[in-house]
Design a protein around this ligand. Structure first.
Ligand SMILES: C[S@@+](CC[C@H](N)C(=O)[O-])C[C@H]1O[C@@H](n2cnc3c(N)ncnc32)[C@H](O)[C@@H]1O
Length: 363
């Protein structure tokens, strides 16, 4: 199962250009051909712009195929012709990952990365063991290891892990992507839609260390009495049994991915030293809000239904819950966008919750 999921994710990157062509070029051509000749004359730039978009798609193809090929070969899947097929949901992930790469590794992401600078500043000057669940494509791990900390990241999305591996382990120079092609509304000028961004890693002397685990945060680091998920693997079990505790745990745009926030709080508490710190930044954009799937599992012969949505707490209720596990020592709000083209005419601004908390002794 795992190798199917990995090679399917690799295929999503490898074949992304087909999706981009279907989603962007086909409808443009059909629409344009449906216009009368007089109407076509009113849009003299249209055909040329479609050609520019095709070049951008082709450039993304070269780049994503090289990433998929490099990481695939390293993970023991060197032959794209026998990878599992791509999926539409996988293509959607790649589309948002191009924006995620931009947020984390390009100059266009500098404003959004101000929140990371705030976290780095609040860590103080001593060298720390830091755990970061949901670490994305790895920028936060890289920055903190460059500052001398020993950093352990966790990710469970295969697409994210592929990019994370590529950014942290393989690539040295810069490369260019076109992340904004799919944004069709609230665009000021078509040149902005087809502009590129340079993905680059400032070459730092890494004074600390970087490590990554693939899997779900709860499965890997949760206390033994927490239920494991469908992503569970034997490898995860070994980590759970490992008693390692951390000085600091950072959640950056992560806590709202929880199907059960209480499990996240128990796991964060379980993995911090008694004098450790939890730093959080992020909104409450609960990820399972629109998920209505109910799955059933059989436990001790009894069929138990389960659902991911249902515990979408308000911030007041969340703080009430957190106060039962942690003492909050700092509490702020920071406005920021997330993986957003800053030139758009409409943007989501999150009033993010920023807090620093230390674990309370549990009764
Ligand atoms: C909104 S993104 C944030 C990424 C990054 N921290 C940032 O600030 O850009 C949330 C990330 O958490 C990952 N994730 C969600 N649930 C997870 C879980 N249970 N265990 C590990 N990673 C998880 C997702 O794959 C995704 O990369």
């Amino acid at each position: 199962m795992e190798s199917e999921a990995i090679t399917s994710a690799l295929s999503d990157l490898y074949n992304f250009h087909k999706y981009q062509y279907d989603q962007l070029i086909k409808p443009r051509n059909i629409k344009y051909n449906s216009l009368t000749d007089d109407d076509k004359k009113l849009l003299p730039w249209y055909v040329e712009h479609t050609e520019i978009m095709k070049k951008c798609i082709d450039h993304n193809r070269e780049c994503l195929q090289s990433i998929a090929y490099t990481v695939g070969a390293n993970w023991g899947f060197p032959d794209p012709s026998i990878w599992d097929p791509p999926t539409t949901t996988g293509f959607d992930r790649v589309r948002s990952l191009l924006l995620q790469l931009t947020r984390e590794w390009s100059d266009e992401g500098i404003d959004e990365r101000q929140v990371l600078e705030r976290i780095y500043g609040d860590l103080g000057s001593q060298q720390l063991d830091i755990l970061i669940p949901g670490c994305g494509t790895g920028r936060i791990i890289y920055d903190l290891a460059a500052r001398g900390h020993d950093v352990h990241g966790i990710e469970f999305g295969y697409h994210v892990m592929i990019l994370n591996q590529f950014m942290l382990n393989f690539y040295q120079r810069e490369f260019i992507i076109y992340p904004y092609l799919h944004k069709l509304s609230n665009v000021v000028s078509r040149d902005r839609q087809t502009r590129n961004v340079t993905i680059h890693k400032e070459v730092s002397d890494i004074k600390g260390s970087m490590a990554m685990s693939g899997g779900s945060f709860i499965d890997i680091y949760g206390p033994n009495d927490l239920q494991i998920s469908e992503f569970y693997s034997e490898e995860n079990h070994e980590c759970r049994a490992d008693p390692t505790k951390f000085d600091t745990l950072i959640t950056c745009f992560f806590i709202d991915t929880a199907p059960n926030i209480i499990d996240y709080l128990r796991t964060i508490h379980h993995r911090l030293h008694p004098h450790g710190k939890w730093i959080n930044i992020g909104p409450l954009q609960w990820h399972f809000e629109d998920d209505h799937n109910i799955t059933t599992t059989i436990t001790n012969g009894i069929t138990v239904p389960s659902i991911n949505k249902g515990l979408e707490l308000s911030s007041e209720d969340l703080f009430h819950l957190i106060n039962q596990f942690f003492k909050i020592t700092r509490n702020d709000q920071i406005p920021t966008t997330y993986a957003t083209d800053q030139t758009l005419m409409a943007k989501n601004l999150y009033h993010c919750l920023y807090w620093i908390a230390s674990p309370l002794p549990l009764k």
